[in-house]
Write a protein that binds this ligand. Structure first.
Ligand code: BES
Ligand code: ZN
Ligand code: ZN
Length: 470
């Protein structure tokens, strides 16, 4: 879809009229009839025809509380109606602010997500121009909305992709291609380099797979200085069978989404580069397949890690924290970034705690926690903080190694994983861990089964925007 700005709406042509709940009077002057059967409720829309037979779509913005997820109402509306659209359609936005317009464009673009990439028959896509009316200059907002929506669709495509195709190497190729398109630098470390540089935890997790692990390093620098403002680290397990501590088969196919954190990192770097934000960031993805094989790492093994610290493996299904440990150590040692944020579909425990409503947030930095929490509410990608008390540390003490990868108890699962990661942060003062296991995959109107949500792209990009150099 193409988004452009127009000064005046032609009310004799097709148009979209966004309408607040119980506020039809403010757009009544543009309607050919009085009192259409519509009250502006969130996630609803209604079609009436104008005098020229033109379509007038009333789209419900809902109430003030729905503002943070305005994209959903436009995603749903466009998904249901765009097959009837032709060439150009106007959007009346004179009464809306830039935040609202941004969300509307994101939603319209998100409606174009196509989950059936691997179907042999596909629908033809029409090129539609959406013309937004505004007295202010909104071209930049329209561009940002399009880039954001496109990025969300791309990372959803990655998360929904099948694990036989989406190997660690495939993620590396994806990043290389993206780096050329969006002008940032990308290095993909493959097996030999990983061995040479000592990514032993990543290598241990990937040992049982025929698809060797990779570590992806994306650098976007708006500024010539070597200082890195923010490092993002993503868990990129392309399929999590649990390894020798094998998972039950029910819903095992969903474990193709265990690279949801990596997808956010890849997407955010691409988006920040496209938006040309004045900031220096790196995105690190530690990617492996956790497979079952004679070569797989075992419960009881003691492995090394990038940090030099040894780890006793209690459960091979607690693999995400191992690849992240190497990613976090590498980020801190190589770049000494001001902020470090890792993002991962890390534990079933966080899903049992928050369901699909919020990600788990872990940090010792309260200012960072408050910022992230506020942004989460603003963009409706909510995070909720869990404690990082010292009390939990005892549970990770190993008899034989520096640390063990799991406390072996059916309690404090998400916190236990976060405390494990903290061990590899060298007490970094601005580190945060986000456990997105519950929110990165969920139900949608276009899929029978659970599918990617795109959670994290708006949240992390907004966090980065807050830290942009003035
Ligand atoms: N990938 C899973 C976590 C997960 C669960 C993601 C559900 C998405 C939905 C992770 O690697 C895992 O298996 N975690 C275990 C750890 C346990 C064995 C210590 C868990 O949380 O059960
Ligand atoms: Zn696992
Ligand atoms: Zn996992």
């Amino acid at each position: 879809m193409t988004y452009k700005q127009i000064q005046e709406i032609d009310f004799n042509k097709n148009l979209i009229l966004p309408c607040k709940k119980d506020d039809l009077k403010s757009i009544q002057q543009f309607l050919p009839i009085e009192n259409p059967d519509f009250d502006g409720s969130f996630l609803t829309h209604h079609l009436i025809y104008g005098k020229e037979g033109n379509r007038i779509y009333l789209v419900g913005l809902g109430e003030e509380k729905n503002k943070s997820q305005l994209e959903s109402t436009f995603q749903k509306f466009a998904f249901e109606t765009c097959k009837y659209w032709k060439d150009e359609i106007q959007v009346f936005t004179d009464h809306l602010n830039n935040d609202d317009i941004l969300k509307i464009v994101i939603g319209l673009e998100m409606s174009q997500y196509f989950i059936g990439q691997f179907k042999t028959t596909k629908e033809d896509k029409k090129e539609i121009i959406l013309s937004f009316s505004s007295k202010n200059t909104i071209e930049k907002i329209l561009e940002e909305g399009k880039f954001t929506g496109e990025t969300i669709n791309k990372i959803k495509g990655l998360v929904d992709a099948p694990p036989n195709i989406k190997t660690p190497e495939y993620l590396g190729d994806w990043a290389k291609k993206s780096s050329k398109e969006a002008s940032y630098s990308c290095t993909v470390l493959k097996h030999k380099k990983l061995e040479k540089q000592g990514f032993d935890a990543v290598l241990a997790v990937g040992k049982g797979s025929v698809h060797p692990p990779v570590v992806i390093i994306n650098e976007y620098k708006a500024n010539d200085s070597d200082t890195i403002d923010i490092a993002l680290v993503g868990k990129g397990i392309t399929f999590d069978s649990g390894g020798l501590s094998i998972k039950p088969s029910t819903n095992l196919h969903y474990m193709k989404s265990d690279m949801g954190g990596a997808a956010v990192v890849l997407g955010v770097v691409e988006l920040v580069a496209k938006l040309k934000l004045n900031i220096n960031i790196v995105g690190i993805v530690a990617s492996a397949e956790n497979a079952v094989d004679a070569n797989s790492y075992r419960p009881g093994d003691v492995i090394n890690s990038y940090s030099g610290k040894t780890i006793e493996i209690i459960d091979t299904d607690a693999e995400g924290r191992l690849v992240l440990a190497d990613g976090i150590s590498y980020a801190i040692k190589t770049y000494n970034p001001e902020y470090v944020i890792d993002i991962a579909t890390l534990t079933g425990s966080v899903v049992r705690t928050f369901g699909y409503a919020a990600a788990g947030m872990f940090t010792q930095n309260q200012e960072m926690a408050n910022t992230m929490s506020d942004l989460g509410f603003k963009v409706h990608e909510r995070v909720w903080q869990l404690p990082m008390f010292e009390d939990y540390e005892k549970d990770l003490e190993s008899d034989v190694a520096d640390i063990k990868n799991f406390n072996g108890k059916p309690i404090e699962g998400a916190i236990n994983a976060a405390k494990f990661l903290e061990f590899f942060t060298e007490k970094h003062p601005k580190w945060m861990h986000l456990d997105i296991a519950g929110v990165s995959f969920g139900s949608s109107q276009y899929a029978q089964m659970k599918s990617a949500t795109g959670f994290g792209i708006q949240l992390i990009t907004n966090f980065i925007k807050e830290k942009v150099r003035k």
